[in-house]
Design a protein around this ligand. Structure first.
Ligand code: C2O
Ligand code: CU
Ligand code: CU
Length: 500
């Protein structure tokens, strides 16, 4: 359905977007060009419209280890009116939050009451291939799927969302996603802020209309990714949270389809990063701002002591160096904190959080390079040969009948994501494993503060090449890896590896 839209739009939009642009010369015979990658560069993302931060932040219900999730059309109150959304009952716009101990056996029954197929991918869980929500493993409309697995990994913030190829973007954007928190003894021993002082935040952008959450990406929006004008946190547009003058633990997920956030506090408060996709870092790192891409998680301590009661401040997204892409040109408020209660806590930030051994690059038995540039001249494909310009990895589009990479279990590999000639940000994500980021060349030129420890998604900005070290263990089977810009993923920017 999206594809038909693009074809329909391509004639009009290409001409309109290109007039007056500096690359107009490159786009000679536009009629044969189905999709033009460079158009996304000139199209600014939808401008964010802030609400009035008068609705209290709330949290999805908690899920149990024996849980039914019913994917269904439902309704949510957004911007004052109740509109149709998708949701996982027993919650609405977001599914319930799982919170389980390492070692738990989990049994989740998906009832698909949507009018189309869906499935659930457990993003960040190291579980068997047949439970992972591969795009081949579906629950048809009216059908069911039983997910059963045992948690065998360290504490961390993971999440779940649909993964039906070519429809992931729509189902996530319209409301299907949820958090999956794993606890363990190592983390508990740190006595991090907990209970009301541990705040999970799902940050997303939505396009809110009176008739629902609109999802109808134009050709340009497939290029840049689909973005919304309303920033919602835990499914609430522009909310506020009352806090006390003490430490808080903010556990954040960028659950957006395409939008990057450069998170910071309006009063320039320190953000003490203690964890990321794969759990705790070795040591805390203090920053003033940090970029988070779709699919990534951040575990951050913030100290509100010293902030006078009565103060209002914001979690914001600041402008950022966008490497020629359309994002990063607007700063906006995400969540308001009202410092409401004076309180003294005795918490001190542990100097050491966890044991993480860096795996030496020299242990890798193989290096695989993935060209994710997608620049129109890059694959040597002329614009007029009838080949559609699509988001590809190594020139290939997703094909579930083709294994792209064959990997031997219990080997370490280096995977290189090469966006050096590209012009769009690509958060690259691997299923079934966590990896360590070795280095970044070009663009930002270095690892950022949140990229130590264990990651499952890494942002590769235009001009950058990022190398990661992947220890493939013994979780055999067929897994996907892809760009977590969901429009890119649905467009085909996804391949498969087979671990045997
Ligand atoms: Cu969160 Cu394959 O994705
Ligand atoms: Cu995943
Ligand atoms: Cu991408």
């Amino acid at each position: 359905m999206q594809r038909r839209n693009f074809l329909k739009l391509s004639g009009l939009s290409v001409g309109a977007a290109v007039s007056g642009s500096s690359i107009a010369g490159l786009l000679v015979s536009t009629t044969s060009c189905k999709k033009e990658h460079h158009i996304g560069l000139m199209t600014s993302p939808v401008t964010v419209t802030e609400g009035n931060f008068s609705k209290p932040l709330s949290f999805p219900a908690q899920a149990g280890i024996n849980q039914t999730l019913t994917a269904q059309a439902t309704a949510a109150n957004l911007n004052g009116s109740t509109i149709p959304v998708l949701g996982y009952q027993p919650n609405s716009l977001l599914g319930p939050t799982f919170r389980v101990n390492n070692g738990s056996a989990v049994n989740i029954f998906l009832q698909n009451n949507l009018s189309e197929h869906t499935n659930i991918h457990w993003h960040g869980l190291k579980i068997p291939a047949l439970m992972d929500g591969h795009p081949d493993q579906l629950a048809m409309a009216g059908g069911t799927f039983r997910y059963q697995f045992t948690i065998n990994q360290r504490a961390g913030l993971s999440w779940y969302h649909p993964h039906p190829h070519e429809n992931t973007g729509k189902q996530v954007f319209q409301g299907l996603a949820g958090l999956f928190i794993i606890n363990d003894a190592e983390e508990a021993a740190l006595n991090l802020p907990s209970g009301q002082y541990e705040i999970p935040l799902v940050i997303q952008d939505k396009r809110i209309t009176t008739t629902g959450i609109a999802y109808n990406p134009s050709m340009e929006e497939v290029m840049a990714g689909y973005m919304g004008e309303s920033i919602v946190v835990n499914g609430i547009h522009s909310p506020f949270a009352e806090v006390a003058t003490r430490y808080y633990r903010l556990r954040m997920l960028n659950g957006s389809n395409a939008r990057l956030y450069n998170l910071a506090f309006s009063n320039n408060t320190d953000m003490i990063i203690i964890g990321n996709d794969g759990g705790l870092l070795k040591n805390p790192v203090t920053v003033k701002d940090i970029l988070i891409a779709p699919g990534e998680r951040l575990d951050v301590l913030v100290n509100f002591s010293g902030v006078p009661v009565g103060t209002e401040l914001f979690l914001v997204s600041k402008e950022f160096a966008h490497g020629g892409t359309a994002q990063g040109k607007q700063s906006f408020n995400i969540l308001k904190f009202k410092v409401a209660v004076a309180l003294t806590d005795s918490f001190t930030v542990p100097a050491s959080l966890s044991v993480i051994n860096s795996i030496p690059a020299s242990s890798a038995v193989k290096t695989r390079t993935f060209d994710i540039s997608n620049a129109m001249e890059h694959h040597g494909v002329p614009m007029n040969n009838g080949m559609q310009m699509r988001h590809r990895i190594n020139g290939k589009l997703f094909d579930s009948n083709r294994i792209d990479e064959n990997i031997s279990s219990n080997t370490n590999e280096i995977w290189v994501f090469d966006n050096s000639k590209g012009d769009e940000p690509h958060p690259m994500h691997l299923h079934g494993v966590f990896f360590q980021v070795l280095d970044r060349t070009g663009g930002r030129g270095a690892k950022i503060a949140s990229e130590s420890g264990w990651k499952d998604t890494v942002l590769v900005m235009p001009g950058e090449t990022v190398r990661v070290l992947v220890p493939f263990e013994n979780n055999k089977g067929k897994f996907v890896f892809h760009c977590h810009n969901l429009e890119h993923e649905d467009d085909g920017m996804m391949l498969q590896y087979q671990l045997s």
